[in-house]
Design a protein. Structure first.
Length: 401
C-alpha cells in the first residue's frame, strides 16, 4: 500500500515503484486524493481515495516556508486522511505500507495496526534537516498527531523515519551527512526512479530547432507566486544568450513574459523524454530533487536557483560536486543568469561533473533496488510479524499480497 500526498513530485516516483512491484507479482494499491492520483498514475491503477480538500497555499522562504508546509499542509492533511487510511488498512490488510514522509498519518496507521512500513523520502527536506532549529517545533506537531491517533506517549517514534526502512531517491553525494539524520541503519539510497509517465502532456516536438542548443527551464509547481519576477529576469537572460540557444520553458501561462522568438513555452512537458533524447544541453531549475536528479542522471548540468525547503541544500551539494551551478533566486540579474547558463552549456568540466554524479545516481538502481528492499521488508513482516504493537484489525480480513 502506497500512501502519498496530492503533490505531483511526490506521486511520480511511486509510478515506477508500483510498476516494478506489479511486474514481480505483488498487488499494489495507492491511497490518497483520488482525483489527483487518477491524473498521474497508470490507467487501471487501484486507488483507495482518502477524500479531497483544498489546503492553504505554501508560501515564504527559509524557516517561514517550513512553518507554512507543516501548519498549512502536512498536519491538516494528516488529520483529514486519518480515518480513511485506517479504513483502507482494515479493508486490505497490506503486508507493507510505503509512506511518504509528508503523510505521517500513514506511518501512525501502520504502527497502530501492527504493520511494517517503509518511509519514502522523495527529497532531502527531512533527511537533510536544513533547519535543525525547527526540529523541536516539528516534533511537537508530530507528537500531537501521535496523541490524536490514540498511541501511547511512551512509545513515540518519529513517523517520518521507519525503524526498518527509509527509501531515499538519491545517492551519497547529494545525501551528504543526512545518512545520520535519525534513520539508523534503515536508510537505503536507491537513486532516482526514472520511469516514463502515463499522463504525458502533448508537446510540440516540431517546434524544436535541432540546429540550436536546447535549454530546459523548470521551476516546479509549488512556488508559482514567487516565480513571476524570476521568469522575467530569465527571459531577459535568454535574449542575452542569443539565437544559438532555444529554451523550453515550463510555467503557468499567466506567468509567461516576453521570451525570445522560438522559445517553446508550455505548462507541462515530458521532461524525461526531453532529457533522454539528448536534446537538452542544460537545465535551469529551482533545486527540487526530482528534476535535479533526473537532469544529472542524463549527464545534463543544472543551474539552480533555490527557493525554499530543501532546495538550497540540493543546490549546494550539486555545486560542491562540480556538477552544476547555484545562483541566488531573488537577486540574480539577467546578466548573472545568462553567464551561469553559458557556463553550463559550454564548460566541459561541468558536463563531466554532471555525468559523474549522474552515473552514481543511476548505479543505485532506482525502482529495482527499492523493490528489492521492500520485498525483504515484506518477508520480515510475514516471518517475524511486527515488534512494535499488537494488531487491532480482525483476523478475518484477508492480507494484501
Amino acid at each position: 500500500m502506497l500512501v502519498v500526498p496530492p503533490l505531483t513530485g511526490h506521486v511520480l516516483p511511486t509510478i515506477g515503484l508500483g510498476r516494478e512491484l506489479l511486474a514481480r507479482g505483488h498487488r499494489v494499491v495507492w491511497t490518497g486524493s483520488e482525483p489527483a492520483l487518477r491524473q498521474l498514475l497508470d490507467p487501471g491503477s487501484e486507488i483507495l481515495g482518502t477524500g479531497s480538500r483544498l489546503f492553504r497555499p505554501q508560501g515564504g522562504s527559509g524557516p517561514a516556508a517550513v512553518h507554512s508546509l507543516w501548519d498549512g499542509f502536512v498536519v491538516p492533511y494528516a488529520r483529514f486522511t486519518a480515518k480513511a487510511l485506517d479504513a483502507a488498512v482494515r479493508s486490505r490488510r497490506p503486508d507493507v505500507l510505503v509512506v511518504d514522509q509528508h503523510t505521517p498519518a500513514g506511518a501512525l496507521t501502520a504502527y497502530r495496526h501492527g504493520l511494517r512500513w517503509a518511509s519514502l523520502a522523495p527529497g532531502l527536506m527531512e533527511l537533510g534537516r536544513p533547519f535543525p532549529e525547527l526540529e523541536p517545533w516539528i516534533e511537537q506537531r508530530l507528537r500531537g498527531l501521535w496523541q490524536r491517533a490514540g498511541l501511547p506517549a511512551e512509545q513515540y517514534l518519529d513517523p517520518r523515519f521507519s525503524p526498518d526502512l527509509v527509501l531515499a531517491l538519491t545517492g551519497e553525494s547529494l545525501a551528504g551527512e543526512s545518512q545520520a539524520g535519525g534513520t539508523g541503519g534503515a536508510l537505503a539510497l536507491v537513486g532516482p526512479v526514472l520511469t516514463d509517465r502515463p499522463a504525458q502532456p502533448k508537446f510540440p516536438w516540431h517546434r524544436l530547432d535541432l540546429t540550436r542548443r536546447q535549454l530546459l527551464v523548470s521551476l516546479g509547481t509549488l512556488a508559482e507566486e514567487l516565480t513571476a519576477d524570476f521568469l522575467r529576469r530569465t527571459a531577459a537572460a535568454l535574449h542575452l544568450l542569443g539565437p544559438g540557444v532555444q529554451a523550453v520553458v515550463l510555467a503557468p501561462r499567466e506567468l509567461w513574459p516576453e521570451f525570445p522568438d522560438g522559445t517553446v513555452t508550455v505548462e507541462r512537458a515530458p521532461i524525461l523524454d526531453l532529457l533522454a533524447g539528448g536534446r537538452v544541453a542544460a537545465v535551469l531549475g529551482h533545486g527540487g530533487l526530482n528534476t535535479t536528479g533526473e537532469a544529472l542522471s542524463y549527464g545534463v548540468p543544472p543551474v539552480l536557483a533555490p527557493i525554499r525547503h530543501d532546495q538550497p541544500l540540493v543546490a549546494q551539494r550539486v555545486a560542491a560536486a562540480g556538477a552544476g551551478l547555484r545562483i541566488p533566486f531573488e537577486r540574480a540579474s539577467p546578466a548573472e543568469i545568462a553567464e551561469a547558463l553559458r557556463r553550463a552549456l559550454d564548460e566541459p568540466a561541468l558536463r563531466a561533473g554532471a555525468e559523474r554524479l549522474g552515473a552514481e545516481l543511476r548505479a543505485k538502481g532506482g525502482a529495482r533496488t527499492a523493490v528489492d528492499r521492500l520485498e525483504q521488508l515484506a518477508l520480515m513482516a510475514r516471518q517475524n510479524g511486527n515488534r512494535l504493537v499488537q494488531t487491532i484489525v480482525p483476523e478475518s480480513v484477508q492480507p494484501l499480497g
